[in-house]
Design a protein around this ligand. Sequence first.
Ligand code: ATP
Ligand code: MG
Length: 367
Amino acid sequence: MATVTFDNATRQYPGNPVPSVDKLNIEIADGEFLVLVGPSGCGKSTSLRMLAGLEEVNGGRILIGDRDVTNLSPKDRDVAMVFQNYALYPHMTVADNMGFALKIAGVDKGEIRKRVEEAAKILDLTPYLDRKPKALSGGQRQRVAMGRAIVRSPQVFLMDEPLSNLDAKLRVQTRTQIASLQRRLGVTTVYVTHDQVEAMTMGDRVAVLKDGILQQCDSPRRMYDHPANVFVAGFIGSPAMNLMDVPVTEGGVDLHGHTVPIAREDLAGVGNHVTLGVRPEDLDLSSDASGIPVTVDVVEELGADAYIYGTADAKLLEATGENAGAVPFIARVDGRRPPEKGEKIYLKPKTGHVHVFNADSGLRVGD
Ligand SMILES: Nc1ncnc2c1ncn2[C@@H]1O[C@H](COP(=O)(O)OP(=O)(O)OP(=O)(O)O)[C@@H](O)[C@H]1O
Ligand SMILES: [Mg+2]
């Protein structure tokens, strides 16, 4: 087992004007489960493939333990990768599929059998070892793909969207299995997904990428409570955080008669607007006509809670930028007494649960 270090790792594909991964710095602890997440094209697979040795590194270094592997070939890096399209060999049995890499590496038959049987036990595949892949369910095939990586007992597991071939329900089950399996084996793992829920539920830490640039790398809790910038704030969390550019007044932000205080020192240098962020669950219905004015468009009742999908009258808040007019707004309220469709309500952020960002740079202001 080993640590993994991306040290200013950069990849610019020939002919592309900008790097697809730009000066990536992440230090992954021994045994850690790190998830790389971000929208399509942000550089997740490229980062993983650089670590695997499948993509040239144009700047910076990659270390596994204290070995600089930047210029080593994939087979000398002691990593095992599970791909999105984990094509199994259709004509081989499950056991042969799992042991194939060992066979190529010249490991003797008895040893291969032993390792395959161990992995099969861990993955609940023992009854299927003599079957062909076509006689397995999607989830079982996915576990065979995991098995191929496990039998090699590598220092690092690399997984690129390994669950994307599974249906939604199986994906949820399998992600729990992978996370607990990883904890049991204690193998340092880098896992790529574009699904922020998957990232948040599986990772010890989550690294958010955008346009090849690392935005934040933190524990899921920290990421949710302290997004480093507007992009992370909007990307992590479902339904997404409400974000609006509002004018700064004396001591904070005025939301139609309701003041959200912002520390004076935090306001230094932010200009006359800030981007205010509030998560849907951090809003209370106001008993007077102060707060964020919202017209209710849809009420989604979920039993204990209800989600209000509405339109905020941003003009009334003197909002600027993209959110200057009527903006979509989401709030979670008590399911027993939800407002009705068409109703005009006022919402106040819960004290201490607002996120303030610099309206120009998008960076978080204050704690
Ligand atoms: N072989 C290549 N040659 C040129 N550009 C490439 C190559 N592979 C990837 N890119 C570009 O690099 C950027 C990052 O690609 P990458 O595959 O790492 O994204 P990703 O985050 O894995 O996206 P997805 O979620 O869609 O898999 C994209 O803009 C892509 O077009
Ligand atoms: Mg990808």
